[in-house]
Design a protein around this ligand. Structure first.
Ligand code: HSE
Length: 446
């Protein structure tokens, strides 16, 4: 069979990993794919860098459109990133009848509906295993391996930079800024790590897995997103004392109507307390992990490297091998882009954060005087919020020897978030509450 010809757009870290792994494992991959996968054209503005990578093995140009225009190219691999020129080029590649493989989570989370519709119209595939959790084959697992299941929820550590920072903060007792500097020194965080730190990167990925899990359109704009920049070392230490670790979790859950909250889908990224005994609480450093709860299979856990040249190349090449096998298949018999047949997609509402049901960790810095605790617990009771555990400690921040202030840490049972927001406002208004109340959501993931 003739080789499948690939045009690579972007010869950066992942592009170079893809070229290297394809070359190194050429024979093994050919035995699996049934034909050679050949990167014949590469486009990169830095043509010298691209030439240094591919030598004589491929034609190098600066203009991506020149690669898309080549009639012999079967597949375009888009590794440029972002939602600007990458979107234009992906749509042009589809229009030209090329299959597309992309690692671009932002593009699919924000513009996926338009891109998948264009691909369907043209009868081509847009494959994106590398867009979520790097080398972990979570898209394949959700779309194919777990296809018998009604997926109940997914909870993942899907941003390695923030997991590294949180691991350092806990292990060394250091603050956020110090841990971030360490992440940058080691090359985990970008010079501008804002999409990692503020939760956007994880929310892009969560949006994609949510669509595949529940058969709903990608809806990044409806995700609730919080990052880790506000997280304080004191809360990581208190959580530890209570038997929890704090992770930046991406959570998507199908929710039936409960008292005070409608049915719908939760889609959220935020720091989360997780019981220390859960495997996912022990995922440390820059590693990723994704927990999936299906009604038939129960809980499954996928763990591995979520970034880096070769782990991400592993996912890109897996998509290329699928394409090498399926390119000539009837489009109606391919695995649908978002796991469900396009006509069977549902438009379940993504719940607002006020409608989400979860338990909470609260830290209040209060004046250490008679009756304070009674007022605080009274407000929680008035809002029908049940306390699970309570801890009182000398104030970790802003306190000093002999100061009449103390930290009160409260764990609650599940409640609707809107109710908690009202209770926090009422507690915050008490003159004996001396600092902004810290609220961190908690998940048992049992
Ligand atoms: N910046 C991402 C992370 C990797 O830190 O996990 C690419 O998605």
């Amino acid at each position: 069979m003739k080789p499948i010809q690939v045009g690579l757009l972007g010869a950066g870290v992942v592009g170079s990993g893809t070229f290297t792994v394809l070359k190194r494992n050429q024979e093994e991959i050919r035995r699996r794919a049934g034909r050679e996968i050949r990167i014949s054209h590469v486009a990169d503005l830095d043509t010298a860098r691209a030439r240094a990578l591919v030598g004589d093995a491929a034609e190098v140009v600066a203009d991506a459109r020149a690669v898309i225009a080549r009639p012999e190219i079967d597949v375009i691999v888009e590794l440029i990133g972002g939602t600007g020129i990458a979107k234009t080029l992906v749509l042009e590649a589809i229009e030209a009848g090329k299959h597309v493989v992309t690692a671009n989570k932002a593009l699919l989370a924000v513009h996926g509906t338009e891109i998948f519709a264009a691909a369907r119209d043209k009868g081509v595939v847009v494959a994106f295993e590398a867009a979520v959790a790097g080398g972990i084959p979570i898209i394949k697992a959700l779309r194919e391996g777990l296809t018998a299941n009604r997926i109940e929820w997914i909870a993942g550590i899907i941003n390695g930079t923030t997991n590294f920072i949180l691991s350092e903060m806990r292990a060394k007792g250091i603050d956020f800024a110090t841990a971030l500097a360490e992440a940058q020194r080691l090359g985990y965080a970008e010079a501008d790590p804002s999409f990692d730190i503020n939760g956007t990167d994880a929310a892009h990925k969560a949006t994609i897995v949510s669509a595949i899990a529940f058969g709903v359109p990608v809806q990044f704009a409806k995700a609730h997103v919080e990052g880790i920049a506000e997280l304080q070392a004191a809360d990581i230490a208190y959580a530890e004392q209570l038997g929890y670790r704090i992770k930046l979790l991406a959570i998507t859950r199908r929710r039936d109507a409960t008292a005070g909250a409608p049915a719908g889908i939760e889609l959220r990224v935020h720091p989360t307390l997780v019981p220390t005994e859960r495997l996912i609480a022990n995922v440390e450093g820059a590693m990723n992990a994704v927990l999936v709860q299906g009604d038939a299979v129960g809980t499954t856990l996928y763990y591995g490297k979520g970034a880096g040249a070769e782990p991400t190349a592993s996912a890109v090449i897996a998509d290329l091998v699928d394409l090498a096998r399926l390119a000539s298949a009837d489009p109606d018999h391919r695995v649908p882009h978002l796991a469900f047949q396009p006509a069977a997609m549902q438009d379940l509402a993504v719940l607002s954060i006020d409608e989400v049901v979860t338990s909470f960790y609260l830290r209040l810095q209060v004046a250490d005087v008679a009756g304070v605790l009674a007022r605080v617990t009274g407000i929680l009771a008035e809002h029908d919020i049940s306390i699970d555990a309570l801890l009182q400690r000398p104030a970790a921040i802003g306190g000093h020897e002999g100061a009449a202030r103390t930290d009160v840490i409260i764990l609650t049972h599940d409640t609707v978030e809107g109710r908690m927001t009202k209770a926090i406002a009422a507690m915050q208004a008490l003159p004996t509450v001396l600092a902004k109340i810290v609220r961190i959501r908690k998940e048992d993931l049992g």
